[in-house]
Design a protein around this ligand. Structure first.
Ligand code: BDP
Length: 725
C-alpha cells in the first residue's frame, strides 16, 4: 500500500522514485514480482508475452495464474492466453497428457520423476518459444516458479536448457504450533492455523502459505507441535485438517500430524498405549483409516517419544522400533509414513547427553518397517549455533534417515538477530561421515545415494507465524527460503541462495546485492562468535534468551550451561575423547581420529570435544583464553559492521523494511555485546587471567548480568510460569 507521501510523489509523476521507495511490509515474501528495469523489459517482452496453457487441472491452473501474475507484475502488462503459438515469445506450459503440443516435443519427461521439470527455449512452428514441461502437473508449477525466478533475478532467457529434479523426496516444514495458536519456539506472532474457525473459514493466508511453499518445492507440512495434544486426532480436528489438505493439494503440499503416543488413552477409551497390545494396534489402525477416509493423501505421523516428558513405547518396556512399527503398520496400506524423532536424552542414562540418541537408536538399525524414517537433528545436542554433525548420520545404513534443522532461531537470537542459516545448513549437509569412506556426506545419507534407499526426507522447524512479514523479521524469510532451496537440492551453495534471495526480495542492483550477501554470509559466524565460540554450546538462560554461562545444577543436569562448558579454574571444554565421555567413538574412525587430535581438529569445534587448560596454545600461537575473548569481540564487531553496511543501503530499500531491519540490527548489536560481556565476566571469575591488550573489560560486573530477568520471553511453553533465569 502506498503511504500518503509516496502517493503524492506518484501523482507529481516521479514514477521512478515512486517505485524505489514504495513501502513494503514483507507479506509478499520472495514473490514480489516488481517491475523490471527498462533495459530488461524489452528483452523479456520478446520472450514472454503470451501463455499457451494446457488442459486445465487445479495445479495447472495455478501455474497459469502464477505466470499471469508474475509476468504481469514484472513486465507491466498481463500476458495474452492462447492455444497455439502465434508469434515469438510464447511460454508453453503443461505435461504430455495435458498438452498435445508438449507431447509432440518428445522431451523425455518421465525420467524427471513425479516432481521434476524442464525449461527450454526452442523453435516451434517457426516461432521462438519457451517450454515449461513436466511429466506431472506439480512439476509444471515448480517449473513455473523457477522460470519466474529467472526473470526476478534478471537471468537471460536466451538458450534456456534447464532441467531440475528434487534430490530429496519429502521436503517438510514442521510447525511447532499448538491448537490454542501459541507456537513453541515461535518468534513471529501466533500460529497461522486458526483452528477455531476451521473448517468453515479458510484464511487467505493459507493459500499464500501454500503458494510460498510450492515456490520452493516444499511438499509437506506437519501442522502440529511435537509436544502436541492428542486432540488434533479427534474427529472435529481431522475435519479442520481435511479442509486445509484440500486447499493445499493443488500446490503439491501434503499434510502430516504429530501423533501423541498415549492418544489411545487420552482420546480413546483404552487404558494402555502399549504398542504390542492388540487393542492399541487396532485403535491406531482405525484412526489411520478414519484419517485417510477424509484425507486420501495424508502424509503420516511425526512422533516425539520418550523425550522431554513425552510418552513413548519405553513406558511399556518396548523399544522405539516397537512403537514406530506399530504406527507404521497402521499407515502402510494407505501409503503413509512415520517420522520418528531421534531427539532423546533420557535422564536414566547418566552419561554425556551428546551420546544418548546414538546409544538408543544405533542398535535398532534394520529393525524398523520400510515406511519409518528416523528424523535426526543436525547435531547431537540441540540446534546450537554450531555443533558437529550428529553421529547417527552414517551409522544406520538400513534405516532411512531425515535431517531435521531448525529454521526458527530458538538458539540464534530469535527473530531480532540477523542470522542467515544457509551456511549452517550447508555445513551439516557437507559434513563427511566417512561411513563409506571419504565423500559420505550427510547430504548423501539423506538423499539416499549413500546407502541406496529411496525413502528420503528433510524437515525444517518452521519460523512462520501470523506476523505480517510471516517470519518475525524480513531477513528471517531468507531462512525459510534457504531451507526450501536446499531441501530441493542439497548441493546448492548457501552463498548462491543468499544472492538469489536478496535479488528477489530486495534489489538486483549489484551494489546492494554484494553488500547484503556479505552481511548475510558473515552473520552466522558472528552469532557463533558472540554466543558460543570455539565449540562451546548451550550457554543461554533457561528461556533460551540471552547469555547465562553460569547456569548450573547437579552434575547430571544436562540442560545447564556449566554441564556443557565444564569451565573451572584450570580450563574449559567438554572432554569427549577416550579420556572423557568418549562420544568421539560414535563417529567413524577417520572422523574420530581427526577430532581426537588437537593438531587436526578444526578449532571451531575444539571445546566441543576437548577440555583444555586456559593456557592451551591455539594454532594462532595465542592461548585459548585470549582467543575466546578475541572471538567474542569479533562477533560484536561483525554485527557493528553489518549495521554500518545496512545504513548505507537505504536508497535501495523501501523505508518500512529498511527501518525495521535497522532497528533489529541495533537490538542485535546491543545483545551481542551483552552476550560477550556477560560471558567474559563469568569466565574471568574462573580463569583469573587478564584480557588481551586492547580488549575492553565487560561493561558491568558479573552480578549485574546474573540478575537480569526477562519473565515473558516469547516462544516458551504456554501457561508456563514466568522464568527469570
Ligand atoms: C528443543 C526445544 C523444545 C522442543 C525440543 C524438541 O527447546 O521446545 O520441544 O527441542 O525438538 O530445542 O522436541
Amino acid at each position: 500500500m502506498l503511504s500518503g507521501v509516496v502517493r503524492a510523489l506518484c501523482v507529481v509523476g516521479a514514477l521512478l522514485a515512486c517505485t524505489a521507495i514504495r513501502a513494503e511490509d514483507g507479506y509478499d515474501l520472495w514473490l514480489r514480482y516488481r517491475a523490471v528495469e527498462t533495459r530488461w523489459l524489452e528483452a523479456y517482452r520478446k520472450s514472454a508475452v503470451e501463455i499457451i496453457a494446457a488442459t486445465p487441472s487445479a495445479t495447472l491452473e495455478l501455474a497459469k495464474s502464477e505466470l499471469v501474475r508474475g509476468l504481469g507484475g514484472l513486465l507491466g502488462t498481463a500476458p495474452a492466453i492462447a492455444s497455439i503459438p502465434t508469434k515469438d515469445g510464447s511460454v508453453i506450459i503443461g505435461t504430455p497428457r495435458s498438452s498435445q503440443l508438449i507431447g509432440r516435443l518428445h522431451l523425455d519427461l518421465e525420467q524427471l520423476g513425479a516432481e521434476g521439470y524442464v525449461i527450454r527455449s526452442l523453435i516451434y512452428g517457426g516461432h521462438r518459444v519457451i517450454v515449461i514441461a513436466a511429466d506431472q502437473d506439480i512439476g509444471v508449477l515448480y517449473g513455473t516458479f523457477n522460470f519466474l525466478r529467472l526473470l526476478q533475478t534478471r537471468h537471460t532467457l536466451q538458450n534456456l536448457r534447464l532441467s531440475s529434479t528434487p534430490r530429496i523426496g519429502r521436503r517438510v516444514l514442521d510447525h511447532w504450533d499448538n491448537l490454542d495458536r501459541t507456537v513453541e519456539r515461535g518468534y513471529s506472532g501466533e500460529s497461522i492455523w486458526d483452528w477455531h474457525k476451521l473448517p468453515d473459514y479458510l484464511d487467505p493466508r493459507y493459500t499464500d502459505y501454500a503458494r510460498a511453499c510450492a515456490s520452493l518445492g516444499i511438499n509437506g507440512t506437519v501442522l502440529t507441535n511435537v509436544n502436541g495434544s492428542a486432540v488434533s486426532l479427534t474427529p472435529p480436528y481431522l475435519h479442520k485438517l481435511a479442509a486445509l489438505a484440500d486447499l493445499f493439494r493443488p500446490y503439491g503440499l501434503r499434510v502430516y500430524l504429530t501423533a501423541r503416543f498415549t492418544a489411545p488413552i487420552e482420546i480413546g477409551a483404552l487404558n494402555t498405549a502399549d504398542p504390542l497390545d492388540p487393542a492399541v494396534r487396532s485403535w491406531w489402525r482405525a484412526k489411520a483409516d478414519e484419517i485417510y477416509a477424509l484425507i486420501p493423501d495424508f502424509g503420516g505421523f511425526l512422533v516425539k517419544a520418550h523425550s522431554e516428558g513425552q510418552p513413548g513405547p519405553q513406558d511399556y518396556s518396548r523399544t522405539h522400533a516397537d512403537g514406530a512399527n506399530m504406527l507404521a503398520d497402521a499407515l502402510a496400506s494407505h501409503g503413509g509414513i512415520v517420522m520418528w524423532r531421534a531427539f532423546v536424552y533420557s535422564q536414566d542414562l547418566a552419561d554425556d547427553r551428546a551420546k544418548k540418541a546414538f546409544r538408543e537408536f544405533a542398535p535398532l538399525d534394520g529393525k524398523f518397517r520400510p515406511n519409518v524414517m528416523l528424523q535426526v537433528k543436525n547435531g547431537p545436542i540441540d540446534f546450537q549455533p554450531r555443533e558437529p554433525f550428529h553421529p547417527l548420520f552414517g551409522a544406520m545404513p538400513k534405516t532411512p534417515m531425515m535431517l531435521e534443522v531448525q529454521i526458527t532461531k530458538e538458539y540464534l537470537g530469535f527473530a531480532t538477530h540477523l542470522v542467515y542459516l544457509g551456511p549452517l545448513f550447508e555445513e551439516v549437509l557437507h559434513s563427511d561421515t566417512y561411513a563409506r569412506g571419504e565423500g559420505s556426506t550427510v547430504a548423501r545419507v539423506i538423499d539416499g545415494s549413500l546407502f541406496g534407499n529411496s525413502n528420503t526426507g528433510i524437515a525444517g522447524v518452521a519460523n512462520i507465524g501470523s506476523d505480517r512479514n510471516w517470519t518475525g523479521s524480513h531477513f528471517d524469510q531468507a531462512n525459510w527460503f534457504a531451507f526450501g532451496r536446499l531441501a530441493w537440492d542439497p548441493t546448492l551453495r548457501s552463498r548462491d541462495i543468499a544472492e538469489e534471495w536478496v535479488r528477489v526480495t530486495f534489489s538486483n542492483d549489484p551494489g546492494f546485492v554484494a553488500s547484503a550477501v556479505e552481511m548475510m554470509m558473515g552473520s552466522r559466524e558472528a552469532a557463533v562468535d558472540y554466543m558460543t565460540p570455539l565449540g562451546l554450546a548451550h550457554q543461554m538462560s533457561a528461556s533460551h534468551y540471552g547469555p547465562a554461562p553460569w547456569l548450573t545444577g547437579r552434575p547430571q543436569d544436562d540442560s545447564t550451561s556449566t554441564y556443557f562448558n565444564r569451565a573451572d579454574a584450570q580450563g574449559i571444554g567438554f572432554d569427549r575423547t577416550a579420556a572423557g565421555s568418549n562420544a568421539l567413538a560414535q563417529y567413524a574412525p577417520a572422523v574420530a581420529a581427526r577430532f581426537a587430535d588437537l593438531d587436526q581438529i578444526p578449532e571451531r569445534l575444539l571445546l566441543w570435544f576437548h577440555h583444555v587448560p586456559w593456557d592451551h596454545q591455539m594454532r594462532s600461537g595465542r592461548t585459548v583464553w585470549d582467543e575466546l575473548i578475541i572471538d567474542y569481540t569479533r562477533g560484536v564487531r561483525t554485527v557493528a559492521n553489518m549495521r554500518h553496511t545496512w545504513s548505507g543501503l537505504a536508497r535501495w530499500v523501501d523505508s518500512e523494511r529498511f527501518a525495521q531491519v535497522s532497528a533489529f540490527l541495533a537490538i542485535q548489536e546491543h545483545e551481542a555485546k551483552w552476550w560477550r560481556d556477560a560471558s567474559i565476566a563469568y569466565y574471568l571469575t574462573l580463569s583469573q587471567r587478564p584480557l588481551p591488550a586492547g580488549y575492553e573489560a565487560p561493561e558491568h560486573a558479573l552480578q549485574y548480568y546474573e540478575a537480569l530477568c526477562f519473565p515473558y520471553v516469547p516462544g516458551t511453553a504456554p501457561g508456563a510460569s514466568p522464568v527469570c533465569k
